[in-house]
Design a protein around this ligand. Structure first.
Ligand SMILES: C[S@@+](CC[C@H](N)C(=O)[O-])C[C@H]1O[C@@H](n2cnc3c(N)ncnc32)[C@H](O)[C@@H]1O
Length: 245
């Protein structure tokens, strides 16, 4: 289990779900007090919906995404000597989980540290989490935009990303981020991107770039952001070529 403090993803969304739940609960009580039970039942239905969404969101951001990423990373069967890049690493939930699976390898995180996208987001916080998890020696953290990565071509064996690329406005710029991820991959290198909304766009972009083994699959309830409509999808792909050359 993670020992660091990884904050809350999109904290305003969680607060909005919770406030809507509490607001509709108060409205249901008001209807009951006014002797309008049918109105109370209808509004109470919304209370269940909003509080259910808040509960799912809270679980995913604090526990579920860690469990799902542990399974994803275990499934990648890392050798332990890889160079890994985490796009939009935030406070390091995936970054430190990768580092725990490396021996001589290193993982680099890159981020612009948006506190709208993740509460308390800051480079120092990520480095502190790496230290708390005992992996500081395998972790490097850079400030940068994933649409213009500050790394040479063919630098990484694996590129991962969790809930970051959808934060970029517009599919054109998201495709740019995908092209950058593909550029910095070594021949034979792999990609694993978990995200909501536009993973079909990323998959198409990767195929156009020449990626192989491009696959998408919806992840389970542990990675829902409130309800199944806001489920997370995992996109995996590989760059053609011989990884040993
Ligand atoms: C929802 S948080 C997820 C953080 C982390 N991957 C995790 O799963 O805990 C999204 C992250 O993407 C980062 N981000 C958004 N747009 C970015 C961009 N254009 N370049 C780099 N990072 C970006 C945000 O600063 C934030 O840290």
């Amino acid at each position: 289990m993670a020992r660091g403090d990884y904050g809350y993803d999109a904290p305003y969304a969680l607060v909005m779900f919770a406030c809507a739940g509490i607001g509709t609960a108060l409205a249901a009580v008001f209807f009951l007090l006014k002797g309008l039970p049918r109105g109370a039942v209808v509004v109470g239905g919304y209370t269940v919906f909003f509080l259910g969404n808040a509960g799912s969101f809270f679980y995913t951001t604090r526990r579920g995404k860690f469990a799902e990423w542990a399974r994803i990373l275990d499934g990648l069967r890392l050798r332990g000597d890889e160079a890994v890049l985490d796009l939009g690493c935030g406070r390091g939930a995936v970054l430190t989980a990768v580092a725990q699976r490396l021996a001589s390898g290193r993982v680099t995180g890159v981020d612009i540290w948006s506190t709208t996208d993740q509460s308390g987001n800051a480079r120092e916080v990520t480095l502190r989490n790496a230290a708390i998890e005992g992996v500081a020696d395998r972790v490097q953290v850079e400030t940068g935009d994933i649409r213009a990565l500050p790394f040479p071509d063919a630098s990484f064996d694996l590129v991962v990303s969790s809930l970051a690329i959808h934060n970029i406005n517009g599919n054109a710029d998201r495709r740019t981020a995908i092209a950058e991820a593909f550029r910095v991959l070594k021949p034979g290198g792999r990609l694993a991107i978990a995200d909501i909304r536009a993973t079909r766009v990323y998959a198409d972009a990767l195929r156009r770039l020449g990626a192989i083994d491009v696959a998408r699959r919806r992840l389970g309830w542990r990675f829902w952001w409130g309800n199944p409509v806001a489920a997370t999808t995992l996109l995996t792909a590989r760059k053609p070529g011989d990884p040993t050359r």
